[in-house]
Ligand binder design. Structure first.
Ligand code: ARG
Length: 466
């Protein structure tokens, strides 16, 4: 069955039919497509195109298809053009000729927009729930090691000591921005397009607000959210791009976390022990315990960025309004949503499984010169201009590197002997966890600042998921 054809003398070639078919992937939208058609049947009744009995016939035929379509094999072997066509064909088989009225004043252009919006809205909610779970896992991991000290890195060189919870809270911030981005994308997705027709607006006086409310397209204050311009609806995939961008930044953050943890769990670092359940062995080397779960997250991030790029490039240069190119929007969205949710779920499990061997990063901080900035700032606090303080500590580090001394090889007397600007009290700062106490600033790694940030983070997470 076709939803068009009167104007043609010959049917499409077998090759074109195969080439243009999308049902093998857009069949995923069948539940959304049917819910949209059920709401549309009610709208048709309200404008007098369907009687109550006809509407009932259509709605219940659609419902029977919807229920059966929960079986993943339901669409196996189907050769209709797309999901909309398959639903109409089946409706006709079940409800008879009244099904021919369902496309009155409706175009597939607005229908596909509606379907994707309904589908994305649910996927965004699913991803948001996984994301909140991941943020919770980060906070739990922070709570397990409240005092653990690690060297923080810039340029992959030991820079300054920070608390392990401070490091985890950095990711909490990234993911909370991702949560916001997903919600912003949801706001743009959650607008009802029906009534737009193919591009010019429907020729029937539908109560668009009523359709919107029926399908849950409402704002936070309960107002119906409907689109403003029919040409825009037919042309627009911004809402899908917004989702893909939100998915991409989330994957970017997951990928960087994965990279950190791959390093931190290596033999070279030895900070983290990942659970057996999230690591793999080697078929050849019996000793191996590989961080495959994290590597896969890092790998999948590239795919998701690819999907964003794919849709961006597909949309670029399309003349207003709908063009068939836009059928290529679906696989990027499906792939991105699948990989995003799977990666978020995996990352939470990895974090829950991990044990921090706190002595390792603490030793790494102690044997390096992560305390150098603390010393220079102490000199500056005591009146030495910072530039001179920087020079003095730089010379202290150079001297130590040459003579093979660690910070702990210095004491009050030797420091003061090295440079008169040092005071005996400054020797305390040779211990990494001491210097941190000077960083009691909002957003800093001071222990009290971090405790407060953890409490705030918990509250923010509860507020996000309410
Ligand atoms: N399968 C099509 C898509 O996803 C549906 C819209 C078809 N519209 C059209 N004018 N051919 O884009």
């Amino acid at each position: 069955m076709k939803l068009w054809g009167g104007r043609f003398e010959e049917g499409p070639s077998e090759v074109f039919e195969r080439f243009g078919r999308s049902v093998h992937f857009d069949g995923r939208l069948i539940d959304c497509d049917i819910r949209g058609s059920q709401a549309f049947a009610r709208a048709l009744e309200r404008v007098g195109i369907l009687s109550a009995a006809e509407r009932e016939q259509l709605v219940s035929a659609l419902e029977s298809i919807r229920v059966e379509a929960r079986d993943p094999k339901f669409l196996a072997g189907v050769t209709d053009e797309d999901v909309h066509t398959v639903v109409i064909r089946l409706t006709k088989e079940r409800a008879g000729p009244v099904a021919d009225k369902i496309h009155t004043g409706r175009s597939r252009n607005e229908q596909v927009s509606l379907d994707i919006r309904l589908w994305l809205r649910e996927e965004i909610d699913r991803a948001s729930a996984y994301l909140a779970g991941l943020m919770n896992a980060l906070l739990d991991c922070a709570a397990k090691y409240p005092d653990a000290v690690i060297p923080g890195y810039t340029h992959m060189r030991r820079a300054q000591a920070v608390l392990w919870p401070h490091y985890l809270l950095a990711y909490f911030e990234m993911f909370s921005r991702d949560f916001e981005r997903l919600q912003q994308a949801r706001g743009r997705v959650n607008v009802m397009p029906l009534g737009s027709g193919a591009l010019a607006g429907s020729g029937f006086p539908f109560d668009r607000e009523a359709i919107a409310k029926e399908l849950g397209f409402v704002t936070e204050v309960g107002a119906a959210a409907v689109t403003n311009n029919s040409m825009d609806v037919s042309a627009d995939r911004d809402f899908a791009l917004d989702f893909l961008y939100a998915a991409s930044t989330t994957m970017l953050h997951l990928s960087r976390l994965a990279e950190d943890w791959i390093l931190y769990s290596s033999e070279e670092f030895g900070w983290l022990e990942l659970g057996d359940g999230v690591t793999s062995g080697s078929s050849l080397m019996p000793q191996k315990k590989n961080p495959d779960s994290l590597e896969l997250i890092r790998g999948k991030s590239g795919r998701v960025f690819g999907e964003l790029t794919a849709l961006f490039v597909t949309m670029k240069g399309l003349p207003t309004t709908y063009n068939r190119d836009m059928q290529e929007d679906k696989e990027p969205i499906f792939t991105a949503a699948d990989q995003l949710c799977a990666s978020l779920e995996m990352a939470s499990v990895v974090i829950d499984s991990a044990k921090l061997n706190a002595a390792k990063p603490a030793a790494a901080a102690e044997e390096s010169w992560v305390v150098a900035t603390d010393l220079a700032e102490a000199l500056a606090r005591n009146g030495t201009p910072f530039h001179s303080a920087h020079q003095i500590v730089g010379r202290l580090v150079l001297d130590s590197v040459r003579s093979g001394k660690k910070p702990s090889d210095w004491d009050a007397a030797s420091l003061v002997a090295f440079a008169p600007e040092f005071t005996p009290a400054m020797a305390a700062l040779l211990t990494p966890s001491e210097g941190m106490k000077t960083r009691e600033i909002r957003g800093g790694t001071g222990p009290r600042a971090v405790s407060a940030a953890l409490i705030t983070a918990r509250a923010r997470l509860v507020a996000l998921t309410r």
